[in-house]
Design a protein around this ligand. Structure first.
Ligand code: GLY
Length: 256
């Protein structure tokens, strides 16, 4: 069960963030409204929010998930792969000190974005991507091992369209993984029950199980219907403005 989440509304510089989508500039007012609805959904799921101040110095700082890896056993600060994002970590760290007695950190030359890390109970899938390198992945695996978690590396560098591992996978609990078509063939996921996302709904794979609900991107009816058929209560959320900036539902919060 998650009790807390950290979020940060998009700031006035949001449109200057990193993006590869070619979907056009985001509408800030709409992004702010979508973020408010996202926060309300998290509260509906039963988590207490820490809402950080918007930070125009860091256009991508609304994507707080990339700044840390949080478990019930420890907090590990990331070292984001994009240099323009590294300054986002310190304010999140300050907030985390209220909840964790100590913070560990990924050290350069290791790089790691939280969006590349998918926890599946006591096992972590660590994506090696344009943002997370092998050194960062090894450092994280070692830190997690000290807390009795196992890790598996997933190299997504050859998979088109995936910025982060969690752009293409999500863990729903009960040994059930959501996978996009590009990643479903990787043998590393053997033993899990797989919910495959159709290619035309790829973006929907970035869903988030939060306690008794699954947050899903609005506008992907096949995937949403499948989750309902499997018995999940879903909360559809419009995140169109965050999608334009290569972000999604998981990136918008740190849950712990
Ligand atoms: N715009 C989010 C990222 O590229 O990290």
């Amino acid at each position: 069960m998650f009790k807390h989440a950290i979020v940060r509304p998009p700031s006035s510089s949001f449109a200057q963030g990193l993006t590869t989508t070619g979907l056009g500039a985001p509408d800030l007012a709409l992004a702010q409204e979508q973020h408010r609805e996202y926060c309300a959904a998290l509260e509906q799921c039963g988590v207490a929010l820490t809402i950080l101040d918007p930070d125009p110095q860091f256009p991508d700082s609304t994507f707080v998930e990339d700044t840390a890896v949080l478990t019930t056993r420890s907090a590990i600060l990331a070292h984001p792969g994009a240099a323009s994002r590294r300054g986002e970590v310190s304010s999140v760290a300050r907030s985390l000190t209220q909840f964790y007695p100590s913070l560990q950190t990924i050290q350069p030359p290791g790089t790691l974005d939280g969006g590349d890390i998918c926890q599946a109970d006591d096992r972590f899938f660590i994506g090696i991507s344009e943002r997370t390198n092998e050194v960062g992945a090894q450092q994280l695996a070692k830190l997690l091992e000290q807390d009795s978690y196992s890790s598996s590396f997933v190299d997504i560098r050859g998979l088109n369209g995936l910025l982060h591992l969690k752009s293409g996978i999500a863990y729903l609990g009960d040994q059930r993984l959501v996978l996009t078509k590009g990643v479903e063939d990787l043998a590393i996921f053997d033993g899990y029950e797989i919910v495959t996302v159709d290619v035309d709904e790829n973006y929907a794979a970035n869903c988030v199980r939060v306690n008794n609900y699954v947050l899903v991107a609005a506008g992907y009816p096949k995937f949403s219907t499948e989750l309902s058929r499997l018995g999940y209560q879903t909360i559809p959320l419009d995140v169109s403005e965050f999608q334009k900036m290569d972000g999604g539902l998981s990136c918008l919060s740190l849950r712990y």
